[in-house]
Design a binder for this molecule. Structure first.
Ligand code: G1P
Ligand code: ZN
Length: 544
């Protein structure tokens, strides 16, 4: 087979962000752009010759084309085997599952997660290491360094591979395997949860569920598991066929973008349980009838109910949450006498804790929950976990959450996002707060006294690596918090995220609208940061 060595020059900005390299499709479509990045990934790895690489994506526009390029480059670079999801599809958690199960060297995931897809929308690529998790910072920094000095890449001169037929073929010295994207993942789920119990829930016939796959990758997974194995009625899963542009949907499972589901769940005869996932299947939103479960609460409830799920009923070693995620899970961990780790935003920071068995379940406020079963967050996993809890307790979603608040108190929580902000202004807002951090300590905002004001630095408890500049934290004496950070996943301008949290132990005050309960802190957030004043915005673009 002819291997071409193609001369190239570096592109600026090929630095992986919170979750891989995300850019507009038009950026990826430039000649050599994808190739440079893929070669930079391979140049950052050692001893992969003859080993296995897993490749798949969320089916968005450019997915198939990118996979063909990756196949030819992986062959030219000497991988021994490629495992590729049929149709080029693999959800992010399924990729992680397959890397681990088949002890692959690593994987390339093609997705821009919850960002829209299509010729004018977003694309992304992420490298995962042999534990199945996102590459840690030392790897992503090496990739970036290589991308800035790349001079050529290698690619096999061979026709495109048929991605739609399960089977094997040999290209040069590389075995190309087209695999069923769902089977291994479904088998794993059946071991973690009590499928018989959940099946009974559907069999009785009273329980109604709606799962919105948002025309993204979880459609085939949810259809197979929920309707196929668990016998939920046909039609339980909607928008189940992955589309290149997600049918025009913005595949981000939150109250704004999954509004069709939300409207159905809040209608008088709405289903008992509703859920949605994002583009690549690692996020989840959980809803009850006329009830929204905040992701931070979902994490706390999942942890508190570990004994309901067969995969976890022997106990948890510990839990972890990203820094901006509410402290609801901390209370559960304290109650159960186990450690709760606080990490920077991004799933990659959970990898070491999971590998070292310091944490069993992890979560982020951004609709991400998961466990040590893989090394990614896992949307459908969270949905199945909730089904397991509902089936085991015979309670509704609202009853489960309210009982939880009664026991632990309620952490009112909300996130306000300002999208597409001028990048210089956004950075200045963060820099200004960081610069005056020390002088803020002890200051009063209304009745709230500032206890800690800093820019979060994380020291990994396992490998002692240090990650600085992870967001401005304002911690008040009463346990309330405001956190500010800039998104690391956007492709246009900057996104400022403000996270607001207040603890309410009094059960009589548990039924407020979070925006109302947090109103004074929301004002204080503006006083501290001046986001509205400095950006000229009147209100956030997205509130979750
Ligand atoms: C966002 C979320 C973060 C999540 C990431 C990838 O990152 O906030 O929790 O891990 O997407 O799904 P951000 O845009 O805030 O950097
Ligand atoms: Zn995602």
């Amino acid at each position: 087979m002819n291997i071409k060595i193609v001369p190239t020059t570096p592109f600026e900005g090929q630095r992986p962000g919170t979750s891989g390299l995300r850019k507009k499709v038009t950026v990826f479509e430039q000649p050599h752009y994808l190739e440079n990045f893929v070669q930079s990934v391979f140049n950052s790895l050692e001893d992969f010759h003859g080993k296995t690489l897993v490749v798949g994506g969320d089916g968005r526009y450019f997915n198939r084309k990118a996979i063909q390029t990756i196949i030819k480059m992986a062959v030219a670079n000497g991988f021994g085997e490629l495992m590729i999801g049929k149709g080029g599809l693999l959800s992010t958690p399924a990729t992680s599952c397959i890397i681990r199960k088949y002890q692959a060297f690593g994987g390339l995931i093609l997705s821009a997660s919850h960002n829209p897809g299509g010729p004018n929308a977003d694309f992304g690529i992420k490298y995962n290491i042999s534990n199945g998790g996102p590459a840690p910072e030392k790897v992503t920094e090496a990739i970036y360094a290589n991308s800035q000095k790349i001079e050529n890449y290698v690619i096999a001169d061979t026709p495109d591979v048929d991605l739609d037929t399960i089977g094997e073929k040999i290209l040069g010295e590389t075995k190309i395997k087209i695999i069923d994207p769902v089977a291994d993942y479904a088998e794993m789920m059946s071991k973690l949860f009590d499928f018989d119990l959940i099946k009974r829930l559907f069999q009785i016939g009273k329980f109604k569920m709606r799962y919105d796959a948002m025309n993204a990758v979880t459609g085939p997974y949810a259809k197979y598991i929920l309707e196929g194995i668990l016998k939920a009625p046909e039609g339980t899963v909607v928008n189940a066929v992955p589309k290149e542009d997600f049918g025009g949907l913005h595949p981000d499972p939150n109250l704004v973008y999954a509004h069709t589901l939300v409207e159905e769940m809040f209608s008088d005869n709405g289903p008992d349980f509703g859920a949605a996932s994002d583009g690549d299947g690692d996020r989840n939103m959980i809803l009850g009838h006329k009830f929204y479960v905040n992701p931070s609460d979902s994490l706390a409830v999942i942890v508190a109910n570990f004994w309901n799920a067969p995969g976890y009923d022997r106990g948890l070693t510990g839990v972890a949450r990203s820094m901006p995620t509410s402290q609801a899970v901390d209370r559960v961990a304290r109650g159960m006498g186990m450690s709760c780790y606080e990490t920077p935003t991004g799933w990659k920071f959970f990898g070491n804790l999971l590998d070292a068995n310091k944490a069993t379940i992890c979560g982020e406020e951004s609709f991400g929950t998961g466990s040590n079963h893989v090394r990614e967050k896992d949307g459908l996993w969270a949905v199945l976990y909730w089904l397991n809890i509902i089936a085991a307790t015979n309670m509704s979603v609202a009853e489960i959450v309210k009982a939880h608040w009664k026991k632990y108190g309620r952490n009112y929580y909300s996130r306000h996002d300002y999208e597409g902000v001028d990048s210089a202004i956004a950075h200045k807002i963060m820099d200004d707060m960081t610069a005056r951090a020390e002088s803020e300590i002890g200051k009063f905002y209304g009745d709230y006294e500032v206890e800690t004001f800093d820019n979060f630095t994380y020291v990994d408890p396992v490998d002692k690596s240090v990650s600085k500049n992870q967001g401005v934290r304002v911690l008040f004496k009463d346990g309330s918090r405001i956190v500010f950070r800039l998104s690391g996943t956007g492709t246009q301008g900057a996104t400022i995220r403000i996270y607001i949290e207040k603890y309410e132990p009094n059960v009589a005050k548990h039924d407020l609208d979070p925006q109302e309960a947090l109103a004074d802190l929301i004002e204080i957030a503006e006083e501290i940061s001046g986001v509205k004043a400095k950006t000229g915005r009147k209100k956030p673009d997205v509130i979750t």
